[in-house]
Design a protein around this ligand. Structure first.
Ligand SMILES: Cc1cc2nc3c(=O)[nH]c(=O)nc-3n(C[C@H](O)[C@H](O)[C@H](O)COP(=O)(O)O)c2cc1C
Length: 334
């Protein structure tokens, strides 16, 4: 969970018997290397490092300036001057050769990809290092492409899931398959393991995913209100409010569809034509400025508060207690 799950959280999951993840899609190469080394220092167990493989952003000065003009009144209301320009604040793993070399050097046990796949040469080089590879898929077609490319396990991300939708081309039609239908379809059609993701918040959810043919479950939202999460107080309190019952899949925050707790950003979702939004992560640059301005003004409601449809089931717990609870719930559910 980029920005929310630091090495401490990932390592605590690993030390409790899960596969903890650090997501370095929103981090530069030195930051990513540091996070890998910190995780390694905190656990002897296997862990996952997650990368974003989105197509490089297309810069469009007119679109970016129109977008800033649209947001300007909100910046004005917050008493802050809107930025003059926007930039591509994160690189994509597809073209970031320094990050790729860093992964080969650091050789984490597991690497996962979101939004697409690196090229065949990179996949081979990572596999030659003994790294196990996962990739998110939202359709059987995406999953087959990944399986054929040599990916070792597929994360079946349902429409319910919190955070960014693992869609490869955000301008293509989204079939919006739910976690269970997708998990079952993938389990019936792939020879690699399927990891169910989306709306799974407790042992009953994990058991149901296993019963649908998943090998294991991937959970994000369930860990937002844990001790090691970087979620701030307003994010945590929104998780336990009505906003949790109204999550919205919206491109307005980052430029790519992502499921977010209802807030000031999601109010714009119906009002904005997605084609007016600059590419990911250029739009995210604007949102981050707004979020920072709102924070300084003491106004909540402008966070990138990613969460899945299971958000109302969120529990405030330590990672270790949550892992123990999940295990015992799983053991008592058939
Ligand atoms: C706060 C948050 C941040 C996330 N960040 C990432 C990320 O950086 N990379 C990624 O592949 N998935 C990310 N996801 C999506 C998760 O990998 C997973 O698909 C999702 O959390 C599963 O649904 P759930 O949130 O209902 O458990 C994020 C999800 C959340 C809630």
């Amino acid at each position: 969970m980029a920005g929310t799950a630091p090495p401490k959280l990932a390592a605590a999951v690993c030390n409790a018997g899960g596969l903890g993840s650090i997501a370095v899609g929103a981090t530069d190469v030195d930051g990513a290397r540091a996070q890998i080394q910190q995780t390694r220092a905190l656990t002897d167990c296997a862990f996952n490092v997650n990368f974003f493989c989105h197509a490089p952003a297309q810069h469009d000065d007119a679109k970016q300036s129109n977008w800033l003009n649209r947001l300007r009144p909100t910046f004005d209301d917050l008493g802050v001057t809107a930025p003059d320009t926007l930039s591509e604040i994160y690189s994509t793993f597809l073209t970031d050769d320094a990050k790729f070399q860093m992964v080969l050097d650091e050789c984490p046990p597991v690497v996962s990809f979101h939004f697409g796949l690196p090229d065949a040469e990179k996949i081979t080089a990572l596999k030659d290092k003994g790294i196990i590879l996962f990739s998110t898929a939202i359709t059987l077609a995406d999953a087959k492409v990944a399986q054929d490319a040599g990916i070792d396990a597929i994360v079946a991300q349902g429409w319910e899931a919190g955070g960014h939708r693992g869609i490869v081309d955000p301008n293509s039609q989204d079939t919006r398959l739910g976690t269970f239908a997708l998990t079952r379809v993938l389990a019936e059609n792939l020879f690699v393991p399927v990891i169910a993701a989306g709306g799974i918040m407790d042992g009953a959810g994990i058991r149901a995913a296993l019963n649908m043919g998943a090998t294991c479950a991937q959970m994000g939202t369930a860990f937002i209100d844990t001790d090691h999460s970087l979620a701030d107080a307003s994010y945590r309190s929104a998780l336990h409010s009505d906003a949790a019952h109204n999550t919205v899949m919206t491109p307005v925050v980052s430029g790519r569809p992502a499921r977010c707790l209802a807030n000031e950003f999601t109010k714009w979702d119906d009002l904005i034509d997605p084609s007016d939004i600059p590419d990911y992560p250029i739009a995210y640059d604007a949102a981050k400025s707004l979020i920072a301005a709102a924070k300084v003004a003491g106004i909540s409601g402008f966070g990138a508060n990613w969460a899945g449809q299971g958000a109302p089931l969120s529990r405030a717990m330590s990672v270790t207690d949550l892992m123990k609870t999940l295990k015992s719930e799983l053991d008592t559910t058939r």
